[in-house]
Design a protein around this ligand. Structure first.
Ligand code: FAD
Length: 463
């Protein structure tokens, strides 16, 4: 019986090969790491669960225009030094434009201008007042209630704006997001967009952000393995790791970079490769509830709608209305996406005097053309399980703690293990001012590659 089980196990598992470095996850973080390692002559392979690379970057063609169903704005990463350098090296151009923000809250009987809502909050000593509120608050809900006194229109307006930018409703957000709130109350958006209230600079890769991840994959060629979700990672007695994929294939690697979102760690068995306490903390990282429906717009509008579950804004050159959903409203499926349009499109049609067709649920492939509105839900995507990581109340010290590892600074939670297991992905970035961005992911990939190279230089690594 045991013999038969062993025979069938061998039949199921095909040993592909032994490699120097295995990178799990083909988003911008994993691809950047692989690209840098390849440049240094290291044999690095990327294992990606889906049939495409790019992860939370997904460009679509919407009625002939470029639409981003995932990450759109490079400037959310501040000066985005790492990303812009990479784009430059790959000869990819950046297109720049502006979102005009004339925000109206449309969640009550009559549309209310942002200015009218915000005038309730005195601007005097605002920064100091917010800081002191944050010190006594458990979450952002406490901070908002101290400012607005009730869950009225102003509270709901600010709650959905926080949920859209930071990922979740105020009660689930740590009081550290008071900094974002401060910028929002000043008319800006966050520390990366502190500007005035009328415009936000949007920078994207010309022809779509997926152009970047596709180009990196092209440079890596056969070293990118699609449709290979990792099932388990085990430490080998002689050093190195055994990776087993859901299709039964296995690979041995001297060093591993995990460049997958923390939200999917629960689906992978790590044995003793990651200490229990570290794994628990990683698995507890929370992910935002954000999704988009992109609506091609015939005429430009400069209005931004805010209701209690969605912000609608016109993206560069005002040719697409992005409906940015939060909380449970973002968990739509191909079968239920109509509920979002049935609920929200009449308001848009009335306000813009247009007629909209029903949205499609996007295919999980870049550069697919859609004739009309199209949406994608990241919280229901099995390999993202959310939009971007955020810090929940009580997680501040574990997620914000940094430490030195040789020449590099790392997040303590994501310090390399045994000089052979490394972490990358936006959630591991040390750019604490621009969390959850493409720049944060890119920074983490660059750093992981440097650390792998340094470890190879100073330790004997099995390969
Ligand atoms: C709606 C939305 C809007 C956004 N807007 C912006 C924006 O405007 N500006 C900005 O800078 N950022 C934005 N972001 C955030 C940005 O998309 C991410 O921070 C960044 O793309 C994350 O890259 P990553 O490589 O860390 O992770 P990912 O892109 O998630 O890549 C991880 C990869 O791992 C793969 N994977 C998962 N599980 C497994 C497994 N078991 N085995 C193998 N592979 C696996 C996934 O399929 C994925 O390809 C947005 C995100 C969303 C969802």
């Amino acid at each position: 019986m045991l013999k038969r089980a062993i025979v069938s196990l061998i039949a199921l598992t095909t040993l592909i090969s032994a490699q120097e470095v295995a990178i799990v996850g083909g988003g911008i973080a994993g691809l950047t790491a692989a690209y840098r390692l390849q440049q240094e002559g290291v044999d690095a392979h990327v294992y990606e669960a889906k049939g495409r690379v790019g992860g939370r970057i997904l460009t679509a063609h919407v009625d002939g225009r470029i639409g981003e169903l995932g990450a759109q704005n490079i400037s959310d990463g501040g000066d985005a030094e790492n990303l812009l350098k990479l784009l430059d090296e790959l000869n990819l151009e950046v297109s720049e434009s502006f979102i005009h923000l004339h925000r109206k809250y449309v969640g009550s009987d009559r549309p209310i201008d942002q200015d009218e809502l915000l005038k309730e909050i005195p601007q005097e000593n605002l920064e100091e007042r917010l800081e002191s509120l944050a010190q006594n608050a458990t979450n952002m809900r406490d901070v908002l209630l101290a400012l607005t006194e009730e869950e009225g229109e102003l509270y709901r307006f600010l709650n959905v704006r926080l949920a859209c930018y930071e990922g979740d409703s105020a009660e689930n957000l740590s009081p550290i997001y008071t900094t974002t709130l401060y910028h929002m109350l000043h008319g800006g958006l966050c520390s990366a967009h502190p500007g005035d209230e009328t415009t936000i600079c949007v920078r994207s890769v010309k022809n779509g952000n997926s152009t970047l991840t596709e180009k990196l994959a092209e440079a890596l060629g056969p070293k990118v393995h699609l449709n290979t979700p990792l099932a388990s990672l085990a430490k080998e007695p002689e050093g190195g790791y055994l990776l087993t994929f859901r299709n039964g294939e296995t690979v041995r690697a001297g060093q591993v970079i995990l460049a997958i979102p923390a939200s999917v760690y629960n689906d992978i068995s790590f044995g003793d490769a990651i200490p229990r306490e570290t794994l628990d903390s990683i698995q507890n990282i929370r992910y935002g509830t954000n999704a988009k429906i992109l609506v091609p717009a015939a005429t430009p509008h400069r209005i931004t709608f805010v209701n209690d579950w969605m912000i609608g804004f016109f993206t560069p050159k005002c040719d697409i209305l992005t409906c940015y959903y939060t909380q449970n409203y973002s968990r739509f499926t191909p079968e239920t996406i109509d509920q979002n349009s049935d609920r929200d499109f009449p308001m848009i049609e009335r306000t813009l005097n247009v007629q909209l067709s029903k949205p499609e649920f996007a295919l999980d492939h870049p550069f697919v053309s859609y004739l009309g509105p199209v949406g994608y839900s990241w919280p229901i995507d099995p390999y993202a399980k959310g939009s971007y990581s955020y810090i929940a109340p009580g997680q501040e010290s574990i997620l914000l703690s940094l430490e030195k590892q040789g020449q590099e600074t790392v997040r303590t939670l994501f310090a390399p293990i045994d000089s052979s297991l490394f972490f990358a992905g936006e959630h591991t970035s040390i750019l604490l001012d621009v969390p959850g961005t493409m720049e944060a992911a890119c920074e983490s990939g660059e750093r992981a590659a440097r650390m792998v190279i340094e470890a190879r230089r100073t330790h004997r690594t099995p390969s």
